[in-house]
Design a protein around this ligand. Structure first.
Ligand SMILES: [Zn+2]
Ligand SMILES: [Zn+2]
Length: 251
């Protein structure tokens, strides 16, 4: 079973999920191209479908959302180990959900080469799942992420992204709330960056792409709305298209 363990130094909750090490990896499956559970025709190999964007032909799909078979977060996590660890460190069950967005029927499609309409569809799916998952009781954070390449932790090559809804709150969210007492830190940062102009990569359709002053990673980029918005869940259709386009250009 999975659980959240609190790092006694940073105070952050860390997902501890030993069963995820059993998830399948492309590179572990013998000679030749492995059977891909995300390719059309293999829909029976995935857990139940939660949503799909249909194609033109009957039965054809452009995007599918399925449960993650190797999810660290479940709505009904076992209650057997909910008390403190015998050592005294804090832990609690990892509750929530983990979903996979199969972004394309094409096994070899590259995100940077998707048609703009398709990127907008993918971001529309992100928003619908964000709204649905954040309405669930006990969910405090929804994280949407996409690993690219084996070095980033991708276990299957077929283009996909992941959504995690959890009862853990990253430290950045806690800091955001504290800082909000003095005004929005993102708007303030964006204002400074636009005045400096040195690290602004792109400005279009109400979004600004910046290389943050204190990047934690090489090639880190932030895409921020010019007009303050609390959540991507509230973005309108034009904004979804704009942020999708900005993300694709940054990729
Ligand atoms: Zn595939
Ligand atoms: Zn703001």
């Amino acid at each position: 079973m999975s659980e959240l363990r609190r790092d006694p130094i940073s105070g952050d909750w860390v997902a501890f999920a030993p069963e995820r090490s059993r998830r399948p990896h492309d590179r572990e499956t013998g000679a030749g191209r492995p059977v891909c559970p995300f390719c059309p025709g293999n829909e029976h190999m995935t857990p139940p479908e939660l949503e799909r964007v249909a194609g033109v032909e009957p039965g054809e799909w452009l995007i599918r959302v399925v449960e993650n078979r190797y999810s660290a977060f479940r709505p009904d996590q076992e209650r057997s180990r909910t008390g403190p660890d015998p050592s005294g460190f804090a832990r609690r069950p990892a509750r929530g959900a983990q979903e996979v967005v199969i972004e394309s029927p094409d096994h070899t499609a590259a995100f940077s080469a998707y048609p703009p309409e398709h990127v907008a569809h993918v971001f529309g799916v992100y928003q619908r799942r964000l709204r649905a998952l954040s309405a669930r009781p006990g969910v405090s954070t929804v994280t949407i992420f996409r690993n690219h390449g084996a070095a980033a932790g991708t276990s299957l090559a077929h283009p996909h992204s992941q959504i995690v809804a959890s009862n853990a709150e990253p430290s950045t969210c806690r800091l955001d709330r504290t800082a909000l007492g003095q005004g929005c830190p993102y708007c303030s940062m964006l204002d400074t960056e636009r005045k400096a102009g040195e690290r602004v990569l792109l400005q279009s359709d109400g979004f600004v792409t910046v290389l943050p002053f204190a990047s934690q990673w090489p090639f880190e980029v932030w895409i921020l709305p010019v007009v303050h918005q609390r959540s991507f869940a509230q973005a309108g259709e034009c904004e979804i298209r704009a942020v999708a386009a900005a993300t694709q250009r940054a990729a």
